[in-house]
Design a protein. Structure first.
Length: 242
């Protein structure tokens, strides 16, 4: 059932450190709208990101209202097998059984935290897991959905540039009290995105992004995943190595 539209929550601007510490992938949003002027300002801030030789290869497609509902319907049809829209523009990750340690254990811990601990869904309950997964294609109920693409011409440097842009956009959103969820699941149906958003073939579809105000009462938004300590991934070289 649709919840009534609520006024946008207010929040004090976040520092860069607070934005980093408070950013998380939100999977349940309030129906409060996000003004187009706000989205445009956040995109302008994200466009300050570094890029190879200042190429700025990114493009962003923003969907709201009826355009978002139409895209969601098409994605769900394809997910149900009623459309020939499956396919990715690039190899995003290994197959399910192809993950190595420590990544396999980290993924398993995330899946257990999300499905078992937060949603109360048993591992064998594939129907309930599928119901949750399908929420990806409505951008988890966020009022704004974005699809990030990048030019194929700069080759893999463009993916690095797109990642920098994406992170900057998520942090800028936190500065406004907004939340986000980057979504790789959308690229499983790149032909659908390409048709609906008229994305040319020379653009690589990188990922989606949900944008809006987090629903503070939804149990999904209580999920917090740990981060590895600096000592586990950083090697210091030089006089200050000790």
């Amino acid at each position: 059932m649709n919840r009534p539209t609520a006024p946008a929550p207010t929040a004090a601007p976040a520092s860069v450190e607070n934005a980093l510490l408070s950013r998380r992938s939100v999977r349940a949003f309030l129906p409060a709208p996000v003004p187009r002027s706000t989205v445009e300002r956040l995109l302008a801030l994200a466009a300050r990101s570094a890029s190879n030789s200042n190429c700025q290869p990114w493009q962003v497609h923003v969907v709201t209202g009826e355009a978002k509902r139409s895209l969601t319907a098409a994605l769900l049809r394809a997910h149900s097998g009623n459309d020939d829209g499956r396919g990715r523009d690039y190899t995003y990750q290994p197959p399910q059984d192809g993950w190595r340690e420590p990544f396999r254990s980290r993924r398993r811990r995330f899946g257990e935290s999300l499905y078992r601990d937060v949603l109360g869904i048993r591992a064998e309950d594939t129907t309930a897991r599928l119901v949750h997964h399908r929420r990806n294609y409505d951008f988890f109920g966020a009022p704004v959905g974005l699809v990030l693409t990048t030019s194929r011409h700069p080759q893999q440097s463009a993916l690095v540039d797109a990642g920098l842009f994406l992170q900057a956009l998520m942090l800028a959103a936190r500065g406004d009290g907004l939340d986000t969820c980057p979504q790789a699941s959308l690229i499983d149906f790149s032909p659908v995105l390409r048709r609906h958003l008229q994305i040319p073939e020379d653009q690589l579809i990188v990922c989606g992004l949900a944008l809006g105000y987090a629903d503070p009462e939804h149990p999904l938004n209580q999920l917090r995943m740990p981060r590895e300590p600096v000592a586990s991934f950083a090697t210091f070289h030089g006089d200050d190595a000790e």
